[in-house]
Design a protein around this ligand. Structure first.
Ligand code: HEC
Length: 145
């Protein structure tokens, strides 16, 4: 078999693995993964529309940020790298005003999910980055002028 055929086989295998790892996830995730993840992981605190008014707010020390004003608060430019670091959380030791971070460290959460079903470090890292990228796309679309 030539190298190209091999590459296709490997790519197919990886896709199949990825598909089976997500088999338990409802299909609408495929259409707009960032939105799906947002509604499931973020809306409880930041609110469905991102305005910092989710149902868990009364139980938090720090009010969750209004995520629709991220660009507005940064001179009209969506601060992509900052947002990525905030969501990931593994590089920023602390973003809370009270000395602790109330928001989960999503980079670790998403990484561990893949590790826990037998994924390699590399697969876990790739999956975590992809989910964070999808979330960022969704947040970017949410910005108010
Ligand atoms: C348990 C509640 C909670 C959940 C769930 C949560 N957050 Fe947060 N988030 C916060 C709080 C509180 C802050 C304010 C900073 C702090 O003190 O932790 C924050 C801050 C942020 C910031 C920084 C905003 C700024 O002003 O710079 C971003 C971006 C963010 N969250 C995105 C997300 C995303 C995306 C998700 C879902 C994957 C999510 N959050 C889930 C509570 C939460």
């Amino acid at each position: 078999m030539d190298t190209l055929a091999w590459k296709w086989m490997v790519a197919g295998g990886v896709l199949w693995l990825a598909a089976s790892a997500h088999a338990q996830v409802p299909t609408q995730r495929l259409g707009d993964p960032g939105r799906w993840d947002y509604q499931n992981s973020c809306a409880s605190c930041h609110g469905v529309a991102g305005r910092g008014d989710g149902p868990l707010v009364p139980f938090l020390v720090t009010r969750p940020s209004d995520l629709t004003l991220l660009a507005g608060r940064h001179g009209g430019v969506f601060p992509k790298d900052r947002v990525a670091a905030m969501i990931d959380g593994r590089g920023t030791a602390d973003i809370g005003t009270h000395g602790t971070r109330e928001m989960p460290v999503w980079g670790s959460v998403y990484f561990d999910r893949v590790k826990n079903v037998g994924g390699s470090d590399e697969q876990a890292e790739r999956a975590a980055q992809r989910r964070i990228d999808d979330l960022i796309d969704h947040l970017e679309r949410m910005q108010r002028k």
